[in-house]
Design a protein around this ligand. Structure first.
Ligand code: ATP
Ligand code: MG
Length: 787
């Protein structure tokens, strides 16, 4: 197939420059070229080209010349279809003709005069047609901020100073704080009119000491006292049979329209929105978002150029804001660290979520990650939330919605830390800490100051995680469990809430990868020492936006990385039975899960892709003989069948210090399974990866089935179809797969190294690219469905 001019061949397949898409092989490329996106962009480009050929660029006309005048003048060269003027009307215009010939005729004329001035008429510039990435605007901002701060940062004497400088430049100014305070005061007055005894409170970054200029204004409208007021008013009306006085509840009061004790949050917020719209000057774009975890009214204040959010059931957020204030006051190093790490996370596209929720970290989560890290420094910089609870006196006791939120009200009650590390080394240590963190295998608890084993949360009703929750929340009959995800970061107070449940696996991977990169960079002199040659150094390089190559990656073994496929541990997606087995396995859960993954991997190669195993003799090593275990086999049967190659590193969260399972039932696994490696060798004589999508489409049409429902079966049929129809390749592809479980010192996952052992026909690259997507997907399906 001759390559289209939009397509370039790359070492990893093909790239379509028009759509900015990479595909692994020719069949996928063919599919892409026929696909809707490519076709649509092709036709858009054709239209754009045609418009360019049919139009001329005109400038030099008088300031108030209008489109009609220009159209009338250029009619003499042929029918004009459109005149587009620049935004400021007066600098330039594009005059578009119906026919290409008119453009040529216009350009042939040496001079053009309109309203007594000479026009400049040029051919229209041909711009390369490109898809503009949606985030382009954001990219520009990231650059602008860095460009603006760079000279100042480079002039400072140390990273410590640079970090302080970031705080000084970003923090909320006094004037802005005052303006916010005035708006809140105004809102308080207005809301009191409608909701007697209500209270409006600021929370979030405006007041938590981590706010940046133009951060949003988070407000909590506390209607508890209004409810009491309303109930009192109601009973008094019932007793006397009279309406209340103006000072109490008059019949035309807004409260006569709604019963706060029974109204839904959305109903109340609709009312709040109506008040904002009608009574608060400068407020516009008011709307209720009732689908959010906590429904909210959003508004914008024109003069202050401020985005505001009002919630009515967010008492916990008000309290965690006070907690953040306390942490800031307890150790002065927290603020510079949080400002720098928030900015770093934004530059690296790890944090942001412009719409509020999204797949990235939010600022609250980033702040908690920093606090957790500081609790884990040696010696700790900040105490745990449990320790803080013990430092509080009786009057400071606080329980909200059943959650214990007790901590001292003043930082003076928190003893100073014995840790003397400076900001520069703490920042570097933050990156090292998370570069090696097992996100998939642990649940981060600021309350306890250490991570809890994820297995405790797989059967929470009986075990540790559940116990912790029950103790803290005795009023709830049903124990709530956090929604597990790629990163599990428990809220310090609402212990059933995973603050990072929204994060995608990709964000988690990127976060860890960026931490690893930053860790490496922080070890270099460029980080630690000011450049004597005026080059960027310290934070400046650290803050370079994502994807712009601040670090030298030439020695990171990327060639080897390329042949590795990763299967992440996602316990929340596993069936209940397997979750409970993992729970029972305690610290050995990784090995148990690894067994299941190996079993599924074997199925994918053997049953779905119909690869043939190479006999142990041929492979020259006993370990290469594939074992025959089922996903549903129990631990013992697997331990006997598994090929033991050797354990390399501790896999328990405590670095190998395996604890007894909660019920005292230590599975026999501990003594018998030492293997965190598995090896197979396979051959493949058909190009089972090529054109699968097409075959699948045909099969689905034939059997009129739904591909989702019959996934594994359908994939088997696709392979059979290819094997039966396509001829065998000249020399079969021979390859080996080495599976290894890692965790503890990195996110729990199975790493599959795939390597060709015989590849005369050069098929391996294509096959590997196919496996990169196919294998994790099929393993996930097998684990999910077949236990
Ligand atoms: P910024 O507005 O500058 O991004 P912020 O800390 O105000 O930072 P918001 O997303 O506006 O962040 O959230 C406001 C407050 O709501 C937080 O300070 C926190 O108290 C609470 N909050 C935000 N996200 C969560 C969450 N995922 N879980 C629990 N509470 C949260
Ligand atoms: Mg906020």
């Amino acid at each position: 197939m001759e390559l289209d001019k939009d397509v370039v061949e790359t070492p990893r397949g093909f790239r379509c420059s028009l759509c900015n898409v990479h595909v692994a092989n020719k069949p996928s490329l063919e599919d892409h070229m026929k696909g809707r996106k490519h076709q649509k962009l092709c036709s858009m480009r054709a239209v754009r080209r045609c418009q360019e050929e049919h139009s001329v660029y005109v400038s030099g006309f008088k300031k108030n010349t209008c489109q009609t005048e220009l159209a009338q003048y250029f009619q003499q060269f042929g029918p004009v279809s459109e005149v587009i003027m620049d935004k400021d009307k007066g600098h330039y215009a594009i005059v578009q003709f119906d026919q290409k010939g008119s453009t040529e005729a216009t350009l042939l004329q040496a001079e053009h005069q309109l309203n007594g001035t000479t026009l400049r008429v040029k051919p229209r510039e041909r711009k390369e047609f490109k898809m503009i990435p949606k985030k382009r605007q954001d990219f520009q901002n990231l650059h602008q901020v860095l460009d603006w701060l760079k000279p100042e940062l480079c002039q400072t004497a140390s990273v410590n100073e640079q970090m302080q400088c970031v705080v000084d430049r970003f923090q909320l100014g006094e004037t802005e704080k005052k303006a916010r305070g005035l708006l809140v005061q105004l809102l308080q007055e207005i809301f009191t009119e409608f909701f007697p005894d209500s209270q409006i409170l600021q929370f979030g970054s405006s007041v938590n000491t981590f706010g940046i200029q133009s951060c949003d204004l988070d407000l909590f409208l506390d209607l508890e006292n209004t409810k009491v007021f309303q109930a009192r008013a109601k009973s008094s009306t019932e007793q006397t049979g009279e309406a209340m006085s103006d000072d109490d509840l008059s019949e035309d009061s807004i409260l006569s329209d709604i019963d706060l004790s029974t109204a839904s949050p959305t109903e109340v917020l609709d009312l709040v929105a109506a008040i904002l719209r009608r009574c608060v000057p400068g407020v516009h774009k008011v709307h209720v978002v009732s689908s959010a975890r906590l429904p909210v009214v959003k508004f914008h204040h024109r003069e202050l150029n401020l985005q505001g959010d009002i919630t009515i059931n967010n008492r916990l957020a008000v309290r965690n804001t006070v907690f953040l204030q306390l942490c800031s006051g307890a150790d002065v190093r927290l603020r510079p660290l949080v400002y720098c790490i928030r900015w770093w996370a934004k530059q690296k596209q790890l944090a942001g979520n412009p719409g509020g929720s999204g797949p990235l970290l939010n600022n609250y989560a980033v702040t908690l990650l920093v606090i957790y890290f500081l609790q884990n420094c040696e010696p700790p910089v900040l105490p745990t939330v449990d320790q803080l609870k013990d430092m509080a006196c009786e009057e400071e006791e606080c329980v909200i919605e059943g959650w214990n939120c007790t901590f001292p009200s003043q930082p003076i009650s928190v003893p100073p830390s014995k840790n003397t590390q400076d900001l520069c080394s703490l920042l570097a240590a933050f990156f090292s800490f998370y570069a090696q963190f097992d996100f998939a295998g642990s649940v981060i608890s600021l309350r306890e100051g250490h991570s809890l084993p994820i297995t405790s949360f797989l059967c929470p009703a009986q075990e540790e995680g559940g116990k912790a929750l029950r103790e803290e929340k005795p009023t709830k009959a049903q124990v709530l469990t956090p929604k597990l995800g790629s990163v599990n970061l428990l809220d310090p107070f609402e212990l059933s809430h995973n603050v990072t449940a929204n994060l995608t696996e990709r964000t988690q991977r990127n976060f860890q990868r960026e931490c690893q990169e930053a860790e490496k960079y922080c070890r270099s002199l460029q980080y630690q020492r000011k450049s004597t040659k005026g080059k960027s150094w310290g934070l400046v390089r650290l803050f370079i936006p994502h994807g712009e190559g601040m670090y030298d990656n030439s020695q990171d073994g990327s060639a080897e990385k390329e042949l590795t496929i990763s299967i992440p541990f996602r316990p929340e997606l596993l069936p209940e039975l397997l979750q409970s087995q993992l729970h029972q396995a305690g610290d050995l859960f990784r090995l148990l899960w690894f067994q299941k993954v190996c079993s599924a991997v074997e199925k994918v190669f053997q049953k779905i892709l119909m690869c043939r195993s190479v006999s142990s003799a041929a492979a020259g090593t006993e370990e290469m003989e594939p074992s025959t275990y089922d996903v549903g086999d129990d631990v013992e049967s697997w331990t006997k069948g598994a090929a033991t190659v050797g354990s390399k590193r501790p896999l328990s969260p405590n670095g190998g210090n395996t604890s007894v399972s909660p019920q005292g039932k230590k599975p026999r696994l501990e003594k018998e399974v030492k293997s965190d490696l598995h090896l197979w060798s396979w051959t493949q004589s058909h190009m089972v990866w090529a054109g699968r999508r097409k075959v699948k489409r045909e099969l689905v049409r034939d059997i009129n089935g739904r591909p989702e429902a019959a996934n594994v079966e359908l994939e088997v049929q696709v392979t059979e179809n290819i094997v039966n129809k396509e001829p065998e390749v000249r020399n079969p592809l021979e390859f080996k797969v080495q599976a290894q479980i890692v965790g503890g010192t990195q996110s729990t996952q199975t790493k599959l190294k795939v390597q060709p052992t015989s590849d005369d026909t050069g098929l391996f690259q294509d096959f590997f690219h196919f496996l990169e997507v196919f294998l994790p997907k099929m393993v996930a399906i097998l684990l999910e469905k077949e236990v």
